[in-house]
Design a protein around this ligand. Structure first.
Ligand code: DGP
Length: 123
C-alpha cells in the first residue's frame, strides 16, 4: 500500500501557489517546472496535480485521463525544450532505494548534454 500523502510537501505547496516555480507547462491534470538544482542544461520536473506520493500510488490510483496527461506533458515539455532531436532521459524515483526526496510523484526530464551511463554501478 502506498504511504499517506503529505499535504505540506514542497510540490504540494508549489501547486497551491505558496512557493514560486519556473513553470514551463500546465494543463488540467499536470504542472511542469524547472528543477531548482538542475543536473543538466534541461532539467524539468513534470508532476500530476493530484495527491499522488509516487509512481506506485499513481499507477494504482490515478484516472486514465491523469495518466495520459502526465505522459503527454512529458513528451511536450521535452519537445518544447528543444531536446527531442538531441535526446533526453526521463526518470522517476520511488521510495528509499531510489533516494526519492519529495513525496509527490515527479518525472525528471534531463537533456541538453551527453547524459552518460544509465546508472552508477554502486551507490
Ligand atoms: P527526487 O530525488 O527524485 O525526489 O528529486 C527531487 C527534485 O526536486 C530535486 O532534483 C530537487 C527538486 N526540488 C526540490 N525542492 C524544489 C523546489 O522548491 N523547487 C523546484 N523547482 N525544485 C525543487
Amino acid at each position: 500500500m502506498a504511504e499517506a500523502y503529505d499535504d505540506n510537501n514542497i510540490f504540494a505547496r508549489i501547486l497551491r501557489g505558496e512557493i514560486p516555480c519556473d513553470k514551463v507547462h500546465e494543463d488540467d491534470h499536470t504542472l511542469a517546472f524547472r528543477d531548482i538544482n538542475p543536473q543538466a542544461p534541461t532539467h524539468i520536473l513534470v508532476i500530476p496535480k493530484g495527491r499522488y506520493v509516487s509512481m506506485a500510488d499513481f499507477s494504482e490510483n490515478a484516472s486514465d485521463a491523469e495518466m495520459a496527461a502526465l505522459l503527454r506533458a512529458v513528451g511536450r515539455v521535452a519537445r518544447e525544450a528543444g531536446v527531442e532531436d538531441s535526446g533526453y532521459r526521463i526518470l522517476a524515483n520511488h521510495g528509499p532505494d531510489s533516494h526519492q526526496e519529495v513525496p509527490h510523484l515527479h518525472i525528471h526530464v534531463f537533456g541538453g548534454r551527453k547524459l552518460g551511463g544509465m546508472l552508477p554501478r554502486k551507490d
